[in-house]
Design a protein. Structure first.
Length: 151
């Protein structure tokens, strides 16, 4: 089984976090987190969401030269490669733009590298999901199952 992989810069530095840490997101609603800090908080929320839904987190931030998979999770013989997007001011059009064909292809190629390296998952069903966080007029964590495939 692959080990949990984490980037060394995954955790936000103290200087990038706001002084008010009462909010679980790391600051007050008026504070803007750095992209790295917001990504870390969002991916942690998404991983917690998947765990509560019965998935086992296999890897986080799994990367190759081709790209990165935010979360690899498994449940009942199904291997899910999940992309996490935190879009507090986003719309469905924004999501479509940030998850364009090139980005989806990069995720699929990275998933193929994962499967090539960890052959114990070769008989698993594969699915590509997207977890959208904090998009207005949507649930706080909106899970799009089977969001795209190997185009």
């Amino acid at each position: 089984m692959p080990r949990q992989l984490h980037r060394s810069r995954q955790r936000p530095s103290k200087s990038s976090l706001p002084a008010n840490r009462d909010d679980p997101a790391g600051g007050s609603k008026n504070t803007i987190l750095s992209t790295t800090a917001r990504g870390y908080v969002g991916e942690s929320r998404a991983a917690d969401f998947l765990t509560r839904k019965g998935y086992e987190i296999v890897a986080r931030n799994w990367r190759t030269r081709r790209g990165e998979i935010d979360i690899v999770a498994e449940k009942n013989g199904l291997l899910v490669f999940a992309e996490v997007k935190t879009l507090p001011a986003g719309t469905p059009e924004t999501l479509e733009k940030v998850l364009d064909k090139r980005k989806r292809k990069r995720i699929v190629e990275t998933a193929k590298s994962f499967l090539n390296l960890y052959r114990q998952y070769n008989c698993s069903y594969i699915r590509f999901d997207v977890l959208v966080l904090d998009m207005p007029e949507m649930e706080p964590v909106y899970h799009i199952e089977n969001a795209f495939g190997d185009d």
